[in-house]
Design a protein around this ligand. Sequence first.
Ligand code: AMP
Length: 540
Amino acid sequence: MAAPRRERRTLVKCTGYRYSATMARLETIPLVATAFAYGQRTAVVSPEGPFSYSDLLERSHRAALHLLAGREDLRGARVAFLITPSMAHVVTQWACFRAGGVAVPLCVMHPAPELAHVLDDSGAEIVVADSALFDKVAPLAAERGLRLLSTDDLNAPAPAGQLPQVAAERDAMLIYTSGTTGKPKGAMSTHAVLAAQIRSVATAWQWRHDDHILHVLPLHHLHGILNVLCCALWSGARCELLPAFDAELVWDRIADADGLSLFMGVPTIYQKLIAAYDAADPDRRTRIEAGCRRLRLMVSGSAALPVPTLQRFREISGHTLLERYGMTEIGMALGNPLDGERRPGHVGVPFPGVQVRLVDERGQAPEDGQPGRIEVRGANVFTGYYRRPEATREVFTQDGWFKTGDVAVRSQGSYRILGRESVDILKTGGFKVSALEIEAVLRAHPAIEDCAVVGVPDPEWGQRVAAAVVLSDGASLSLDTLRSWGKTQLAVYKVPSLLRTVDALPRNPLGKVTKPDVVAMFTPPSQPHGPASEHAGVVS
Ligand code: AMP
């Protein structure tokens, strides 16, 4: 190893940041290693300009030397960064990897207490921020005595030095879970895990070097990191980063697309795109429709895609959104096919290299059409929750299956998600019901624009089915009306007996409904209970 290390040092000192074939061969981080082959191809397009793969390698090399500041290797030190989606964000992520650190992306929308939680929980040593967010994180870093750097610092001329060789088995990234059901936990993945996740998604969706994706997702969450950014960079494709999602801007880019081929979003993004399309004039609509038809793939995930959203978006774009199911801890697990039938309301089949099974309450595989807990195994599964051995033990079976906490049914080979066992699987009067199924039905009511169903603790029924609804423009809805209609659509024990109308559902930065906040709306009960006799009649 001594000779190559010397060569690296010489290159950095004498010829600036020119990369040799030897350096490419020696690179042990899979994601970084692939980039050497792509040279002058465009890697990132962001407001700062277009950047090639060579630029990315060069800048992340320089930034890694700044992070190292004379150390040989960060040896897994956590580097937290609060950076708007941009080239500087990508450079910092790669610099953490290449310096032997663990990348901890912070959510740009989080208020100080949530940022503080991640800094403390991860035990971050270094914090990096861009100029727009620097003041937000600087006091937190100062209180904790952490080393604070700006993205400008990382881009300054580099100190002399060499980068460590970082084995693929080493920790790479600590991503905090959404915290929709509890306090966010740090999910740790190695470079090998990340590479397995990328390989699987890139294979399933046939990512190619001539792909061009418009990236509008947050970069502290796996969806934006893995499915969009990392898959693009792995494939030698072009990743165009918007600082944040903006429906009009997305339609502008899609309408004017020069080679755009892919788009990925969460259901709320598609709902906002639909609303912006509906508000557009006929000429713009035509250009949007034509732009969509030039894309080869549009994907939805991270939360259940309501079937009416899928249908309306199909009318506009000509695309049946490819819905997939995944999780911070496992990457992508299930997805509808790239070619072949995409079943609305379903999430398809396991991704390449990912094992998925359902397990019922007896610990056995359920019959087709019967619910079971989803368990996942494969090289794509994370290594554990950071500094939480107990929580990690709880989510793995003895033979290494990761217990996702989600429930699904499988029919005709395709999976349908019923929701998270902890918040979406309600137990009412002895019946188990899926909140997601009830939500799907309620959305068909003309007065209901959107809704979230939760179980509210009740001494008599265990839980009552409660619905928080956003009404369509000018509509009104009483509990009685909802129940009368609901009973024509659903078994009576599934019909909400508590109703609350709200202007908007509480959501996390990714647009997922935060169900504990919805439960809180009903405790203490804000509406009179529905008629218990009807409920009892079914249960008994
Ligand atoms: P996160 O780790 O933040 O990506 O959240 C993962 C969770 O989001 C999963 O455990 C599911 O509960 C939910 N989820 C992801 N994709 C889907 C989907 N297509 N349909 C329903 N729920 C989903």
